[in-house]
Design a binder for this molecule. Structure first.
Ligand code: FES
Ligand code: MG
Length: 592
């Protein structure tokens, strides 16, 4: 961080106070006055603060920001800045077809252009729903102007018949109950709608809550920001203080490149592990790191996360939801545990201008049912396992959601704990899965592993949340809630399925799933970190010579084509490699 010096000229002055090109300054000035800013004010050297508005009717999880932005503007104004609010590309997680994952890199590209091409000295990133968080952080890193994350906050807790029902998680659980004949469709819908009682993003520790916790852990949000429920009084207060703080950050020239170090990303990996966070954090953290110029090899998920215990008792890995998390102290209380245990880099700089350790002072929780002590966790070794083998180079398994029943059935064979073999049932995308899963001819039993391919970055395109496939109805009725699953897509962070996913390379680019056949035996060894099909090299060669890669759908839109051309595999974050070289664009002003 460099200190404020009188000589440092804000980039916005090149637009609004350009003595050499007075004609251009005049042009830039005249329209801005339409909303109450005077030319004198714009030329006075006050910092111009962008508010990247992610809320809209097409981004309902983030809609709270339309209101919150008023408080943020007040904070900016009161601290001596000028707020300029503008929309970013909307992302509607569960409505966007073929998948919202197509839009993370699109929002990223759009926001880079806005932050670079307009007179903006610092920016408030308004985050919430899954990909709205990593995409904006990626863009702020590329441009590298002072940036702060304001989360929208989770919804209030959902209740149904006296039971907590969490976003997403209730869908996956009720889907099994529906298949078992325990509830009807009307009850299914009632449960789903009960889980979403207010404005805000998902109230479980799905991808949204995970990614906002990650933003705070990275040092990009004010302390305690991430977990405040959207409708709570404190949410408006933190919006105001975020507005004040970004003005100071501009004066201090405190940029993403000062905050987003390798240590900060390792802290994020640790946090996701002890939170029981989403498996989608893996590609998003990899992508944010790449754009921040930090090489985060995919193995860090196991090396820095697997041995950590589960500390947070929140769905889907635990019992409770967002309101209790906030009341228990939120992200700082969880990070406090990691810090005491020596598992957090406390000396990293954060957006508060202080170190993470300083931010966490006095943040121990008083609710030990919700946030467990490091020495007495909900589960030991509850982080992520990274697997590889003849089917793929990279796959990840979130162990905090592996149920006791699943462990007993698949991972507890005497002498071979952590190892199982299963017969593959291979599906080509989710339509194929839905059409055939209940087909009695497939003869699916407890010794099977459900495999889905064609659901990766290129194949879908975008990479779909489909790997949490449930067993056939008949098997569920007989008491089997989960079969092992494997796939080159992702799954919802709210899912409790023990899946091996985010597989790279995917089948569409010739990964091993392309030659896998129904009936092949797959051996998974969690101790060795391997997943192999019992198919020898000669047979693989024969199949590859005989068969072509299963067909992928054609492009539907120009962006799909460009996305497929430029986007890499999930194991490395699904980033567009060519974009990485543009880090620090704000250091060179765009021409007039
Ligand atoms: Fe938007 Fe969960 S679907 S936050
Ligand atoms: Mg999702």
């Amino acid at each position: 961080m460099s200190n404020d010096t009188p000589e440092r000229r804000l980039r916005s002055r090149d637009w609004f106070d350009n003595v050499e090109r007075m004609d251009m300054t005049a042009l830039y000035l005249e329209r801005f006055m339409n909303y109450g800013v005077t030319p004198e004010e714009l030329r006075s050297g006050k910092p111009i603060i962008g508010i990247a508005q992610s809320g809209s009717d097409l981004s309902p999880c983030n809609r709270i920001h339309i209101e919150l932005a008023k408080r943020t503007r007040d904070g900016i104004r009161d601290a001596g800045g000028i707020p300029i609010e503008f929309p970013v590309h909307p992302i509607f997680e569960n409505c966007r077809r073929p998948t919202a994952a197509l839009d993370r890199n699109l929002l990223y590209l759009g926001l880079v252009e806005l932050l670079n091409g307009y007179p903006i000295d610092g920016v408030v990133l308004t985050t919430g729903c899954d990909k709205t968080t990593p995409s904006q952080i990626m863009a702020a890193s590329t441009v590298d102007i002072p940036a702060i994350v304001l989360s929208g906050g989770p919804m209030l807790d959902g209740w149904h018949d006296g039971e907590l029902v969490g976003s997403g998680t209730v869908i996956w659980r009720s889907r099994r109950k529906l298949a078992a004949g325990e509830i009807d469709e009307e009850e299914f819908l009632n449960r789903a709608t009960s889980s979403a009682p207010s404005a805000g993003h998902c109230n479980s520790m799905g991808t949204a809550s995970t990614m906002n916790a990650v933003a705070e852990t990275l040092g990009l949000s004010l302390t305690g920001c991430a977990a405040i429920p959207a409708p709570y009084r404190e949410r408006g207060q933190v919006a105001y203080r975020t507005g004040q703080r970004i003005v100071e950050m501009v004066r201090e020239d405190l940029k993403p490149s000062d905050i987003l170090t390798r240590e900060a990303f390792l802290n994020a990996v640790a946090a996701v592990s002890v939170l029981g966070g989403s498996s989608n954090a893996q590609p998003h953290i990899q992508a944010m790191a790449a754009h921040a110029g930090v090489r985060l090899e995919p193995g860090v998920w196991q090396d820095h996360g697997y041995d950590l215990p589960l500390l947070l008792n929140m769905q889907p890995a635990g019992k409770y939801l967002g309101e209790r998390f906030h009341r228990a102290g939120g992200v700082p209380a969880v990070l406090w545990e990691l810090l005491q245990a020596g598992k957090l880099h406390g000396d990293v700089l954060t957006c508060t201008g202080r170190t993470m350790a300083e931010n966490l002072a006095g943040r121990e929780t008083k609710d030990r049912e919700m946030i467990r002590p490091f020495a007495d966790p909900l589960m030991e070794k509850a982080g992520f396992l990274v697997l590889s083998g003849n089917l793929f180079d990279f796959g990840i398994l979130k162990t905090s959601v592996i149920s006791d029943e699943f462990r007993a059935r698949y991972l507890s064979r005497p002498g071979e704990e952590g190892v199982f073999e299963a017969r593959a049932i291979v599906f080509d995308g989710s339509d194929d899965y839905h059409h055939r899963i209940n087909d009695p001819d497939l003869d699916i039993d407890e010794d099977c592993i459900l495999v889905i391919r064609g659901s990766g970055v290129i194949g879908w395109p975008g990479s779909a949340e489909v790997v949490n496939m449930q067993p056939p109805d008949a098997l569920i009725r007989a008491g089997t809630q989960w079969l092992p699953t494997l796939g080159d897509g992702r799954q919802s962070g709210t899912s409790d399925s023990p899946s091996i996913l985010n597989i790279s390379p995917e089948s569409a680019v010739g990964g091993g799933l392309a030659w896998l056949r129904t009936g092949d035996i797959i051996r998974v060894d969690l101790n060795e970190g391997t997943c192999n099909a019992a198919v020898d090299e000669a047979e693989i060669e024969r199949r590859l010579a005989e068969e072509s890669i299963p067909e992928t759908p054609t492009h539907n839109t120009p962006w799909e084509e460009l996305f497929r051309e430029k986007t890499g595999q999930l194991g490395e974050g699904g980033v567009m490699d060519f974009a990485l070289k543009y880090r620090g664009t704000s250091r060179k002003l765009p021409r007039h």
